[in-house]
Design a protein around this ligand. Sequence first.
Ligand code: BMA
Length: 830
Amino acid sequence: MFNFLWHCMKHLDLNGPWQFRALHTTASLPPRHRRVRRWMAARVPGTVHTDLMRQRVIPDPFYRTNENDVQWVADQQWLYRRTFNVPPQLLAEDVVHLVAEGLDTYAAIRINGKHVATTANMFIEHRFDVKRFLRAGKNSIEIEFDSPIAQSRALEAKHGRLRVALQPHRVYVRKAQYSFGWDWGPTLPTCGIWRSIWLEAFSHGKLKNPFVRVISLDRARASIEIAVEIERTTHDNLYVRACIGGPDTAQECEVPVRGNKVILPIRLRNPQLWWPNGSGDQPLYTAVLSLMRNDEELNTIEVPFALRTVRLLQEPDRKGRSFIIEINGEKIFCKGADWIPCDSFLPRVEDGTYERLLHLAKDAHFNMLRVWGGGVYERDTFYHLCDELGLMVWQDFMFACGEYPHAPWFLRNVEAEAEEVVRRLRNHPSIVLWCGNNECEWLFCTENPDKSPEEMNGAIIFRELLPAVCGRLDGTRPYWRSSPFGEGFPNAESNGNHHQWTIWSFWRDFPEYEKNHARFVTEFGFQAPAHLRTFEKVTLPTERHPQSITVQHHNKQIEGTERLFRFLAAHHIVPPDFEEFIYKTQLVQAEALKCAVEHWRRRKFATAGALFWQLNDCWPVSSWSVIDSALRPKAAYYFAKRFFAPVLLSFKRHDNHLEVWASNDLLQVVKGTLELSFTSVTGQSVWTRRLPVRLGSNASSRLLTLDLDRFASYDARQYYVVGRIQTADRHVSVQRFFWREPKHLLLPKPNVKTILRRVDNDRCELRLQARTFVKNLRIEITGADIVFEDNFFDMDPGTTARVRFPSQEPVAELSKRLSLHSLYDPSIAS
Ligand code: BMA
């Protein structure tokens, strides 16, 4: 069975059905599973865990506490094999490569019983010349995977234990570090052929490692340089033909190949610049490069690229040094979150998941994601989508929370990895910064206050090796040593970037975010449980309470559950049932992120970025994510849509004063109206003021300050201040100030009238009318996973809201399942 595509280059797909079995088993193999020593059906790309699940050898590790029962899998060695037919034409080519896009991790490859190669890095593509191993007709390939745990423990025993958070032996293995267990992820270090595998044959030559570089760029013209390498097998005369397509552009040129590299200088008139989401469009260009011999096209590659410049501004100022991303000469306030792998078993993640998550990010006005260093360099789909959607990427190299070895064998592996990664990703306009690692220097200096980061094992990787590779193979975007990093202490507020974990992890509550003066915040966060339906899939009905063994197992932070209660109690009445617990803890998370982001946006550009920890999840869990593993947004996602909006109204309280602020991320001056009122939850409006406002381009400013003393005689449990800004071009931002925590508000019984109507074939609109104040109204259609235009919002007395959502179901059907919920406790109602 094979799939033979007569491209210009010959390609033989080796994905699909394989077989697998345990090879040398260890004592941890439960006797009842001895049958895993016999051949079973496997699927490639895949992992040993997903193959064992399909064979019903192991249950779903995400269900209840099954994770504990499948730990034996990672201790074993696993052998994969398949046969394939090689047509004689393939062997007639000069070179035949075996290409494995991803082998996880310690693999020994054999073809027709002969040893081809061993690998020890999950993150990179492996390519081997295998023509001499192949024959026309039937062939076999075997890949033997050693246990990552056995390997890492053996390496640690040999080279010594390093200072590492979580399982210390993991740092010896170039494998996704989260798979060894993280404070949001299960311990499931899997193995297998996790990305595509194929044979590739060519003659005369093949194009590789294209690099499109912007040399100069202004409004009228762009000068770019396209470099591409040629792997030659003969001395024939070859040339490269380049066709550049893009907005208003179609250009063609040809250059002869001399040596093994060509460089094509190209000029483009009226260049269309690529901008981050919210700052402009994302026009994309393509370079189609063909390697030619006479009139024969030997092979062709397509390289999407875009025109933009990036600089990291670090200018000294009174407080230290700025940390600002500048795109095309404009400072950009970076808004977004940290990205972690979408599953413990990555091959089963569909491209649709990436589309959903990244579109949700764009819709919530994100302009940046940080690909966190404990995961993987993502698949191409991820970066293509980020290019298209205007999501800038802060790209960590895959090192996290520990010292790393610096023995020559390890450095060689890291260097090969960095070279491959930089070559693969450097054409993506979305990537605006390379970053050495996650929290290595910070952890080291916290634990060794008298030492400098240079004394950390592995420091050379982040100080010298990685920046050298980035400089040599890219040089078009900044390199930053770690997240966080800076002069002096590596998590300083005065300069560099910052992770804020005193709040939440060290038990401090979120109003303290307002004391933080960091220059660019790449991590801060609050936990909340996944959606109830997500928990329902992995629990028994009797386990659906916050302190059941299963639900606590699905929170990986030490004392994670305890913190959920601590912060919930600070703001809300702790409810007895699970669904209400989820609803309220999600609100706490949402308010926490809102408080932090609004504060840092007011400081624009003294603070120039706010990326919260974290966007997504890899399994059903209570974590810092705002979208759970079933892609159901938590309350905080909808809050993010509002607190990241380009025009933001926010309040800052100073004792008896309330400052009213506006932040404008648009690259133009905006005019509008500000309306402020002091009103009661039942609709008694005491005071209102309307005034025109003018918001400076790309800036935050204080509009006015309200004296709160004037409202002192009113019942603080029932009165609040509401502000609304509306601009001429229809940006709206609403903000409310309450004197009391939600648990001490006297809220009236919610009274909301609804009308549901169809807008078009794919969309409906829910019209809501509130008689009295409604706090954090949650809209759901029971049994359906719908992402509403807005949700978990407050409604002022006597107001109407319209919320659109995608659905093709009949309106009558939707109406029956419409459910509204808001904060209201009859025992303390007014
Ligand atoms: C930081 C991250 C992760 C971690 C998160 C929550 O340390 O870099 O390592 O999951 O905080 O604790």
